[in-house]
Design a protein. Sequence first.
Length: 422
Amino acid sequence: MSLIVQKYGGSSVADAESIKRVAKRIVQTRKAGNEVVVVVSAMGDTTDELMDLAHEVVPLPSGRELDMLLTAGERIAMALLAMSIKSLGVDARSYTGSQAGMITDAQHGSARIVDVTPGRVREALDEGAVAIVAGFQGFNRVTGDITTLGRGGSDTTAVALAAALKADVCEIYTDVDGIFTSDPRQVPSARKIDRITSEEMLELAAAGAKVLYIRAVEYARRHGVTLHVRSSFNNNEGTLVVNPVDGENSVEEPLIAGVAADLSQAKITVAGVPDIPGKAAQIFTIVASSNANIDMIVQNVSAAATGRTDISFTLPKTEGSATIAALEAQRESVGFEMLQYDDQIGKLSLVGAGMRTNAGVSAKLFTALFESGINIEMISTSEIRISVVTRADTINDAVRVVHSAFDLDGDTPAVVHGGTGR
Ligand code: ASP
Ligand code: MG
């Protein structure tokens, strides 16, 4: 008997019909002799709608109350799903995050899991029932309050439960057939990947791939949970995200796993920075104080005549204005000349574990972009990733040409079954 954790995203339970369809699938898994724990997200775009509603009432809702509100979405979905499963003759019980033992810190809106005590879930399984757990929510022992893990947090709930219950696999059900070599919504020729390492998946998620939530992949990697990302609309095998032990699959690693695009970043250039020791430290201490998560950093060679240089970096657009304000406030003490803010950039990332042992990947990438007349503004690399910044309006073309240049195109167009990708 296997213990399977199944997570269904909002698009898989968008309406009553979908809930019944998912219930059937869960019943099949249970009847095949498995123990089944289900983690469910709020129906369709419920979370966004609740969020909009809160902001209609007040511009800045309190974090505690917002979490109280948003967690209602998962509560609706879990109860409906449990009813539907019971109507098919299989016992099912729904649990809120706190009932399921998802203990978090007290950070409303972006709580971190600190402990998982799924006693009641285990009990339900022992009594032959399917346990349905509300995704994305938890409970803080000190404040006694309900928390949420941040948008898309149901994946993390599922992985954390899978780790705590020592599940055989954590299945993440979504509206596409698995993880693709690029977003099938943008690149119809994208091909499904059968197997990818968690290391590659982390890089892709960090580079803007939206299919899996990065914290869930990190958690799965740390706890050795195998993920199976697959469609709830058919029975096809999806993509396995595996944690190979060192060296295990170094022989047949494919060169490239995928290409991701990210349009959520902006670029700040600090121009005319005195080229003396300590200036980068000063600038990035200010940036850090505004809590911005920065990504690429480029420093130019300084102009001999002025002894000044330009430093550019990328950061999430959402943190742009706060960071600009923080830097502007310190202009005199840093001694730079001016700031430029550019939010019309796109970032393309090419990811693959095989890059480690293959020269020439960057040459091929840059050539493909050059041949399509796409200008590169910034470049950064890690061991298994190359990222470039281009103009935002060329990013879709860039992804397509790079995808073809590395022979990633599939034979049949990728199918996107439903949902809005939100
Ligand atoms: N319903 C929450 C959201 O939309 C959590 C999730 O879907 O994972 O962010
Ligand atoms: Mg959702």
